[in-house]
Design a protein around this ligand. Structure first.
Ligand code: HEC
Ligand code: HEC
Length: 386
């Protein structure tokens, strides 16, 4: 009895030690970051409800829109993920080289759907794109871990910029800047500086929903709304609901990479050797943040958040200071959940996505093509763990 009792005490002491020493399991996909306060978790959950809410014309949708809910596009394999929606953006490079984002004519996002009331009034089923504009197709990316990317200090991004390629490695990397001069980092052209602005702006651009910060509807290709097509008074959504959606996106945990086997470990080394990491920088570190779970953290995002020229074949629109052929290094975190690759979804496999890199990435592609089949397989295995 007594011996058995002692053994039990010993076992439970060992269990307690084990529990204290082990790492808590990584968050599952779609879960919030670890270490949020009860209040932050509450805001995350409320935000998820608004993110998934399906709007109708009676609750503010339209008159122009791309879809009826954030979660209708950002949905796979869980809310906050990628989606199969492809939208249309359009801009014009003016003769003086300045990028005209066509704001006065309803751009740069041209909505693909209109409400029945607008269709009845104007007889259109999407927002017209000016004939002389350049169009771009944009697939829906996932939003996991973006709160961490938002918390990376500007100086960490700017430190990697090398616009004139002074180190002669063929890779330059340029920052994009918003109209007011702030450093951009969100969207495929890194034009939007802060996550909150992107989240708030998406209500207007994707769903035609006005808010206290953006209280007027967009024009229809530059023309005012015909009377009677926008029954809900502005603002159609409260600032509080907008802020909760921002909390939801900000607190979404980054996807946990899969554990690597020997082949995957080899692939990680190949990734470094052929210098994919010149742009897909394996990790960034956040700075100070009012949110403890975002403060001084490492995020394995595999991006430098800078623009790179990817070759004339991949060029589409200008945006801010981004030239038509320049794109932000797409983060590779969550790569294994993507249904298609590159800004327009042109690549159906990771191998194709790599082969379609041109411009500044031409050297890395050449090194990739020269890999032995075994090393190439190892690299792909590593990439599929992200
Ligand atoms: C019609 C589909 C659609 C809807 C609805 C939609 N999005 Fe998106 N989202 C996209 C696409 C497409 C992009 C890529 C845009 C780009 O690269 O310029 C994007 C990009 C983003 C980004 C930037 C991601 C990055 O990597 O920089 C954020 C943040 C975002 N969306 C949040 C939201 C929020 C919040 C809502 C709801 C208010 C929303 N989206 C609704 C399609 C959608
Ligand atoms: C010069 C910078 C640069 C280098 C070097 C580079 N990439 Fe990229 N990568 C980018 C940019 C920019 C994009 C986004 C392009 C787009 O959206 O059209 C991208 C996109 C990708 C994508 C698609 C991600 C997605 O979700 O759509 C994959 C996969 C990828 N890169 C892997 C690699 C690998 C592997 C290497 C090394 C062989 C590499 N890249 C080298 C800049 C680079």
């Amino acid at each position: 009895m007594r011996a058995a009792g002692r053994a039990l005490v010993l076992i439970s002491a060992l269990n307690a030690l084990g529990a204290a020493g082990a790492c808590p399991p990584a968050p599952r996909l779609g879960d919030p970051l670890r270490g949020l306060s009860a209040d932050q978790l509450d805001r995350f959950r409320q935000g998820q409800e608004v993110f998934e809410r399906e709007f109708t014309p009676a609750t503010g949708l339209g008159p122009l829109f791309n879809s009826i809910a954030c979660g209708e596009c950002h949905e796979n394999p869980v809310t906050g993920g990628a989606g199969d929606e492809v939208e249309t953006h359009a801009t014009i490079v003016r003769a003086d080289g300045i990028c005209d984002q066509l704001e006065a004519r309803g751009g740069p996002v041209f909505q693909l759907h209109v409400t029945p009331a607008l269709q009845a009034a104007l007889g259109i089923d999407h927002e017209p794109v000016p004939a002389e504009a350049t169009r771009a197709a944009r697939t829906t990316p996932d939003l996991f871990g973006l709160g961490l990317l938002d918390a990376v200090p500007d100086r960490e991004i700017l430190a990697r910029a090398d616009p004139d390629d002074r180190d002669h490695d063929g890779v330059s990397g340029r920052p994009n800047y918003f109209v007011d001069g702030r450093l951009g980092r969100f969207g495929r052209k890194a034009f939007v500086p802060a996550l909150a602005e992107f989240n708030h702006g998406a209500f207007a651009a994707e769903m035609g929903i006005t808010s206290p910060a953006q209280p007027s509807e967009e024009s229809i290709g530059g023309k005012p709304l015909p009377p009677g097509v926008d029954p809900v008074p502005e603002p159609e959504l409260s600032q509080e609901d907008m802020d909760r959606v921002d909390d939801f996106v900000r607190f979404l945990a980054p996807p946990a990479p899969l554990a690597l086997d020997r082949q995957g470990e080899l692939g990680r080394r190949v990734f470094a050797e052929i210098r994919c990491g010149a742009c897909h920088v394996p990790s960034l570190t956040t700075g100070d943040s009012p949110v403890a779970a975002l403060r001084y953290r490492t995020v394995e995002a595999y991006t430098d958040l800078l623009l790179h020229a990817m070759g004339p074949e991949r060029a589409d629109i200008c945006l801010g200071q981004a030239a038509p052929d320049e794109f932000r290094t797409e983060p590779l975190m969550g790569l294994r959940f993507m249904p298609a690759f590159l800004h327009d979804g042109k690549a159906k496999t990771i191998d194709e996505a790599i082969q379609l890199h041109g411009g500044e990435a031409a050297g890395a592609v050449r090194r990739y093509q020269r890999l032995t089949p075994a090393r190439r397989e190892a690299l792909l295995r590593f990439l599929k763990s992200l």
